[in-house]
Design a protein around this ligand. Structure first.
Ligand code: ADP
Length: 295
């Protein structure tokens, strides 16, 4: 199929998928809301799989997991986009060394920054200064999130990884509402009880939103000493897996604490590519295999 034909096939007016939710207006929708939803669904139609990365709270490594999941998927040969809509902490540009890169507009659409074969868009690209705090009222934040989901020219992708805002408030809720056909959520936690308690809320949030749960990832799970090679459970370990089992959701795997992962994030280096032989990179490979169902 030519690019143009593929485009047509995914245009709502000429599309033959009669049961698609983009075909008809919902009873509570205004004309503009319907047009926006149709534009978003048309754009998303070109993307085979959409994965939301969520966490109960900040600081558990949600962005680190989003970035390395996207890079590992790309390394496994997939065509990947990474979208960072974590409005208060858009760390993806820094983690991938893309600070200061401008995303140009093309006929009103945001054109992703290309990093090798991966396409990247972050709200961080649009903040004038990386140190600026986002002080916006709720509706404005939701509007920006919606624009980032609707107005990006991704083209054809196998996977879109969305680094979503943490918690269970209005912002992650909007991401779930605007991407109703997402494959589901990957929920990131650390092993401590407090973090695990928050992630239970994220699981219940997804259930209420009818968002499938792809699985739970336990980050910062043990430390493998580079000197002696022994594993030390600094923050305990296994809490995420026990909680996932208790709540009847899949457990995707554990990622150890690796000082190189922290440094790579600070230095703008893709960890799973630069430290391909590390236990952390292997953990991401296993998680990717669990998500894609491919070895
Ligand atoms: P969140 O997105 O949940 O707020 P981040 O991904 O920004 O969290 O991670 C917080 C900090 O912890 C970052 O400095 C990151 O580099 C570091 N970090 C995350 N996971 C690991 C890990 N497994 N090993 C070492 N450092 C990590």
């Amino acid at each position: 199929m030519t690019d143009e034909a593929a485009q047509d096939a995914n245009n709502c007016d000429s599309c033959s998928k009669e049961d698609c939710a983009a075909k008809s207006r919902l009873h509570h929708e205004s004309d503009q809301e319907f047009k926006d939803r149709q534009a978003l669904m048309e754009r998303m139609c070109h993307i085979k799989h959409k994965i939301l990365v969520l966490s109960g709270k900040g600081g558990v490594g949600k962005s680190t997991v989003s970035v390395n999941l996207a890079v590992s998927l790309a390394l496994s040969g997939k065509c990947v986009g990474l979208l960072d809509v974590d409005i208060h902490g858009p760390s993806v540009p820094k983690m991938l060394g893309l600070e200061g890169e401008l995303v140009t507009n093309n006929e009103g659409l945001i054109v992703p920054v290309e990093l090798g074969d991966m396409k990247v868009v972050s709200i961080g690209f649009f903040l004038r200064n990386a140190d600026d705090a986002v002080i916006w009222r709720g509706p404005m934040k939701i509007g920006v999130i919606k624009q980032f989901l609707k107005d990006v020219e991704w083209g054809e992708l196998d996977y879109l990884v969305v680094d979503s805002p943490p918690g269970t408030g209005d912002e992650p809720l909007s991401v779930c509402q605007y991407l109703p056909d997402a494959d589901g959520a990957v929920i990131v936690t650390t092993p401590q009880d407090v973090s695990v308690a928050d992630v239970r809320k994220s699981i219940n949030f997804c259930k209420q939103m009818h968002m499938p749960i792809i699985g739970v990832v336990e980050n910062m799970s043990g430390f493998i000493c580079p000197g002696c090679g022994e594993r030390h459970d600094i923050f305990k370990s296994g809490g995420g897996e026990r909680m996932a089992n208790d709540m009847g959701v899949p457990f995707l795997g554990s990622i150890p604490i690796d000082p190189d992962m922290g440094r790579a994030g600070d230095d703008g280096i893709a960890y799973t590519k630069a430290f391909a032989d590390s236990a952390g990179a292997q953990a991401f490979k296993d998680i990717v295999a669990a998500i894609t169902g491919e070895e």
